[in-house]
Design a protein. Structure first.
Lengths: 250, 638
């Protein structure tokens, strides 16, 4: 099939950037979206042009590297699907496809479709862990975990850290990302000793990075490739308020 | 040169505990004066960096991805083995050890493998304490499932995303150390050279992938944890960025490369679709717990699977291997699929696929149970192929998945270059000629959490008086000069073909002639063809842009240059090993019924190759494998 691609090109962080239009004449419907991008890049190299830079790695929907907004939607039109798992059979012959980077205050563009998501790293470093040193763990089955809680914790832990939630949010909020991590540990007994410091530190870091607040529009859940539930944001709010009140009481 | 594996003496089950009690230590005050560099943030790298940071060493860790969490361990699906014997089904440390040695077709070291089995139980404890959400039963206790090549249920799992959850656990431990300032993390930095000074590893040269800046980093020890080199085949289940550059540069600076030809071809992957294909997707081996593998009994059968009646189907694994059935080890399942397809009984448009059918399992357990076990895998399959495996059998075909070969290391996980370590998939050590399912995660974490933190002290205790290593030495000057020269050379070729063009070409030669079945003629041809590809690459590759910016084409070119050289060595190794064992199947050496025919008299050794200079063939060194506990037999899964 034939496609017209409108792609955001930006030389580097300080460049203003803008859209360029490209034609692809022979796209296989079985190809993945990123394979279509590979074909485009081969064509650009052939024409002595600079290929489009984009982040990608595992190409099986789990590493969270790919970060494109396709026709206005992070990771494109398919529910619960990363860009790398999106296939061209979901597009129409002759269609114009617009491709942009994930955009947010806290995700500056480095080049073309590549953004800097180290703000996510710093949030995780602020408290996204259980303070257990190597070798000091008790026997695994000494910590029974209710199966329902374990499953809910798993659902939250599936977050791949791609940032689609932020790109989808009109406020550029990272509440779903932070909520997922806070929930995973809040649901598990192992996470309880540090639950208050954790939520307070992670939220403080989130604010410092320039992410916006949550106004409950739910776009994050709708666009999340792992379909992480906004219930995790509710849990984050509850954890935060209860931690805040407890700390103030002391 | 005699290779000393440094396996401790004493009875097998006491080696590691005795070693731990007598190994030299570095006291806490001295650890602060010791710098360690870790390359890679997958299971092996992240766990090592975090654990070494906790111990008090000053650690720098590097990854080429934009986040440490994106290393390719994240994509491992099925599970992680541990000899917990929670199922009361007869498992033990010895049995895990024995299964691993046998599964590896008797080409791994007893001492290393027993240690791996011993620490496997600690890994599960550690990960649970970190908050890894393993699958649980209604009792609240941990669930297990079985995997290929074994007859017990010892695999712990987190749905089909075990690698993700374990890596996020290691990543969280790493983040904690980053916050404590015990570990300094460099993302989007790729190691492009190792620095050797007076025979010792003293640091690395890295390239900042955003700015192109070439940086020097010094340390008392360098730990490579950079994963496997399956992308030498271009198409593999590895992530696009997986590469051999770090270990290849180490090899060119003196580290021996062990058993490079030992490659694992995974039996259950989604078949190749077209010319544009960029990678292959694995469907977890755990699917073989409930899925049944079959093809039609007749050649060229183009009927739909539903239209082929039961009696006309050949469930060939169940037929040939009644005691293990669909759960035979990977090498055997892969070769059997190839045989069926070569016999003209393959399915799908290309005829290069076999069915993996869940109809019976769904009938027996119900759709919900199957969905709770494999839901995300079925969804992934549906997304990629557009077919629903609840309704129609999956189509699968083998694909390159894992490399058992890697840098030669001793019991301490140190290469033959003092101060340079290799952990996880990038070393050759524990899996022999074939790795069992759910053992890669086990090895990565064993090395990083529980082995290296002990063994590295043995060497570093001799470094406490060294003082800070300087980056302005002649060795660093030389290393940086080499890096700049290589990049300049690549950028100045200005040829006509893209990097991928050469990578695909190399991959095709490797798959055709050094893949699932190999023979002397093909391998000899491959070596010549690869030499030609190398010449063409260096005279006609085209890299747009500049070296001083984010330039993915340049990144790929640096990696592919190394893959080309490695490919040649793999073929040489495969050619010299005149036997079949595990994943290395030489068609000249097989039993009358088509199984791998080992030659223990001549080849029960680790082939460790020494680099001898540009355009010189590597020199082979042999580490004889000594079996004290296990009796070598023809592997049988019948």
């Amino acid at each position: 099939m034939k496609l017209t691609l409108k792609i955001w090109r930006q030389k580097n962080k300080s460049d203003k950037g803008g859209f360029e239009t490209y034609q692809l004449n022979n796209v296989d419907t079985h190809a993945s979206f990123l394979e279509m991008m590979d074909v485009l890049n081969e064509q650009l190299i052939e024409e002595n042009k600079i290929p489009v830079a984009f982040d990608h790695d595992c190409r099986e929907g789990i590493c969270g590297a790919c970060s494109m907004v396709i026709n206005g939607r992070p990771h494109g039109p398919l529910k619960g699907t990363t860009t790398c798992q999106l296939h061209m059979r979901h597009f129409n012959d002759g269609e114009t496809v617009t491709i942009e980077p994930f955009r947010a205050n806290a995700f500056p563009v480095l080049k073309d479709l590549v953004v800097d998501r180290t703000s996510f790293e710093r949030i995780q470093q602020a408290g996204g862990y259980i303070s257990i040193g190597t070798g000091s763990a008790p026997e695994a089955n000494n910590i029974p975990v209710n199966k329902v809680d374990a499953d809910k914790a798993f659902d939250a832990a599936q977050c791949i850290g791609c940032g689609a939630c932020v790109a989808a949010c009109k406020n550029g909020s990272a509440m779903l990302f932070v909520g997922a991590k806070v929930s995973q540990y809040a649901l598990l007994p192992q996470g309880h000793p540090e639950r208050m410091e954790r939520v307070l530190n992670m939220v403080a870091q989130m604010d410092e990075e320039g992410f916006g607040g949550c106004t409950n529009t739910g776009a994050c859940e709708a666009e999340c490739p792992k379909e992480i539930s906004v219930a995790n944001i509710m849990r984050l709010n509850r954890e935060y308020i209860s931690a805040k009140l407890s700390v103030e009481r002391e | 040169m005699a290779l000393d594996s440094k396996i401790p003496s004493g009875p097998l089950d006491k080696k590691w505990s005795q070693y731990k009690s007598s190994v030299k230590l570095v006291n806490p005050a001295n650890k602060k004066k010791i710098d360690i560099i870790v390359i890679g943030t997958g299971l092996a790298g992240a766990s090592a960096a975090a654990s070494l940071g906790e111990l008090g060493y000053k650690v720098k860790v590097f990854c080429f991805q934009d986040s440490a969490r994106r290393a390719h361990s994240i994509a491992a699906q099925g599970g992680i083995n541990a000899a917990k014997n929670y199922r009361n089904d007869g498992d033990s440390v010895y049995r895990l050890f024995y299964d691993t040695i046998k599964g590896g077709d008797y080409r791994s070291r007893e001492g290393n493998v027993h240690r791996l089995a011993e620490v496997s139980v600690n890994i599960i404890d550690q990960c649970v304490a970190q908050g890894v959400p393993f699958a649980r039963e209604y009792s609240g206790l941990l669930d297990n499932r079985s995997f290929g090549g074994v007859q017990v249920s010892r695999t712990f799992y987190a749905r089909g995303q075990t690698g993700q959850q374990l890596l996020l656990g290691a990543y969280s431990a790493l983040n904690r150390q980053v916050k404590e300032k015990a570990v300094e993390l460099f993302t989007r930095h790729e190691m492009v050279e190792v620095v050797i000074e007076n025979g010792k590893a003293r640091g690395v040269i890295v390239r900042d992938l955003v700015t192109g800046e070439i940086q020097r980093h010094a340390a008392h020890a360098v730990v490579l944890a950079t994963g496997g080199y399956g992308n030498v085949f271009f198409l593999s289940t590895n992530a696009m960025g997986c590469n051999t550059t770090a270990i290849w540069k180490a090899h060119k600076k003196g580290a021996f490369f062990g058993n490079p030809c030992f490659t694992q071809i995974h039996p259950t992957c989604i078949p190749v679709h077209g010319e544009y294909q960029s990678k292959l997707t694995l469907m977890s081996e755990s699917l073989r717990n409930d899925g049944r593998v079959w093809v039609s009994k007749s050649k060229g059968d183009k009927r739909k699977p539903q239209d082929i009646p039961e009696e006309e189907r050949d469930y060939y694994l169940e037929r040939k291997y009644p005691s293990f059935g669909n759960l035979v080890p990977r090498d055997i399942a892969s070769r059997a699929a190839k045989e069926a397809c070569d016999d003209g009984r393959g399915v799908g448009e290309s005829g290069m696929a076999v069915y993996l059918d869940f109809a019976d399992a769904i009938k027996k357990y119900g759709k919900d149970t199957i969905s709770s076990r494999y839901g995300n895998l079925f969804e992934m399959y549906d997304k990629i192929t557009g077919e629903d495996p609840y309704k129609t059998p999956m189509m699968i075909y083998p694909a390159v998945h894992y490399t058992m070969g890697g840098l030669w290391v001793d019991y301490n996980l140190m290469t033959n270059v003092p101060g340079m370590y290799a952990t996880g998939e990038c070393n050759f050590s524990d899996h022999g000629a074939n790795r069992l399912g759910a053992s890669a995660l086990m090895q990565g974490l064993a090395d990083g959490y529980f082995v290296l933190p002990y063994t590295i002290g043995d060497y570093l205790s001799g470094e406490i008086l060294t003082g800070k290593i300087k980056t302005d030495s002649a060795a660093f000057d030389e290393a940086e000069k080499n890096v700049r020269a290589q990049i300049d050379k690549l950028m100045s070729v200005k040829g006509t073909k893209s990097v991928d063009f050469y990578h695909r070409k190399l991959g095709k030669v490797m798959w055709d002639k050094c893949g699932m079945a190999r023979n002397a003629k093909g391998l000899t041809e491959a070596i010549e063809e690869i030499k030609k590809i190398r010449t063409e690459f260096w005279s006609d590759v085209k890299i747009p842009g500049t070296a001083n910016e984010l330039n993915p084409e340049l990144e790929k070119a640096i990696r592919v240059a190394d893959f080309i050289e490695l490919g040649e060595l793999m073929c040489r190794d495969a050619l010299h090993r005149e036997e079949s064992c595990g994943g290395h199947f030489r068609s000249e050496f097989q039993t009358p019924d088509g199984e791998a025919l080992r030659n223990d008299d001549q080849f029960a050794y680790v082939g460790a190759w020494e680099y001898k200079g540009e355009n010189q063939p590597q020199e082979l060194h042999k580490e004889e494998l000594v079996f004290e506990s296990v009796h070598l037999t023809q592997r049988s899964y019948k």
